[in-house]
Design a protein around this ligand. Sequence first.
Ligand SMILES: Cc1cc2nc3c(=O)[nH]c(=O)nc-3n(C[C@H](O)[C@H](O)[C@H](O)COP(=O)(O)OP(=O)(O)OC[C@H]3O[C@@H](n4cnc5c(N)ncnc54)[C@H](O)[C@@H]3O)c2cc1C
Length: 444
Amino acid sequence: MPEPFTDSATSPLPEAGEAGPEVAIVGAGPAGLLLGLLLGQRGRRVLLIEREPAPEPSPGNGICPILQPATLGVLDGLGLLPDLAKNTTPVTHGEVSAGGSTVAAYAYADLPAAPVAYALPVSITQLRDVLTDAVRRTPGVDIVYEATVHGLPERDGEDPGLRGVRLETGEGTRTLHPSLVVGCDGKRSAVREMAGISSEVKAFPRGYLELRVPMPAFWGGVMRAFFTADGYMLGTPIADGQLLFVWITGPEQAERATGGELSALVDRYAEGVPEAADWIRAHTHGWDQIREFPHHIVRPERWVAGNVLLVGDSAHGVHVYGGQGLNLSLQDAACLAEACDEALARSDSAPLKRFEQKRRPFVSAFQDMQEAHLRALAARNPQGGGQSSGSGDPSSGSGNPSSGSGDRSSGGGGHLPDFAPLALGQPEIRETLARAAHLPGPGR
Ligand SMILES: Cc1cc2nc3c(=O)[nH]c(=O)nc-3n(C[C@H](O)[C@H](O)[C@H](O)COP(=O)(O)OP(=O)(O)OC[C@H]3O[C@@H](n4cnc5c(N)ncnc54)[C@H](O)[C@@H]3O)c2cc1C
């Protein structure tokens, strides 16, 4: 377990006359931390600005995303995988069922050139702790906590479009003038707004429903997806010896299922996952095992505006279906460290724009696929109603996570994303990810 992070006797903010950061990253979440770490390894001076207090290292009982091999390869190259693999169960196989039969099955070991042969459920707090610890061992990278960004003022007498960062900390208000300002401040990004980047936001009336039970021995390291009459259920091992069931359904079904007795909701889960029906019934005792997480899809009009760049959820909020939000965010950060370094060396944002041109169609196609899936779910809701108000057909451009062998029907009315791009990452960025993975890491 890393040491507590609250040791900062000296301020991480530059004194008058000291060289300020070359890059200010707003948000010390997973994307901001990884980007800061990789830029620090390239010798850049970086300041991470986080509005929350410095975290106490915690074993984590929050959300538990599943990191795919493409992302794990980067973290492994940094020497961070052993710490992340503690207290969790690797997922080695996946299965998809519809109408009682298996419609797809895959094994991570069968993927050609996968950096590791499994996916890893990791608690988001554990990931934050491991990345924060690595950042703190990286010269040139500082984090200021409990700091709020109030504005991105345009610099007097310089090219229009170049912005600084005005922030307030316990020490007062400061304005910094980094060469790059990076918004890693999540789906509701203030940086996005302050930079004047408008976005299309699609909110869903109900979130997805989670049930956690203890992990039974019979389940194994398998992620099992089930298309049911009125929704989609996913059962997967997560950290701390738990088995997570996610249910994505229409708003009316969610309302009915959560508005009555717990036993009625337990029945829905048990019917959805026949393999574990008895286990679910025996091990669900209270509403505290159920949680609902809202989701919305965010599509900003652009990711780069002057010297401001959006990375991670601030650049592309996705729905949880397909489990890619964190993977996309960390893969963006890994690729953008190289692009930011080049942009700084040349005083030119062209490398950042090139990344956006390569990456945005892929992410956008993934969002389209999610919306198509949610529309399909809504359409077969016997009670009517829908989760998505989206219109238009899913795109099928190259590198599209829903193309390749096609945006396949599950046989139950849903859409299955292709496995390989989810596991291995967008084909066009795999080389960059491999390079990011081989930088000298703080753990070695
Ligand atoms: C229930 C749930 C399940 C999920 N499951 C998966 C999964 O299986 N697989 C997957 O890949 N993804 C999953 N995700 C998505 C994943 O958690 C996010 O995509 C990921 O956390 C995005 O990282 P980020 O660093 O871009 O943003 P965030 O994690 O949102 O971090 C943003 C940081 O910025 C800080 N901040 C915000 N505003 C400011 C400000 N104005 N000033 C300073 N700091 C600020 C915040 O405090 C935070 O530390 C899931 C999400 C949820 C909610």
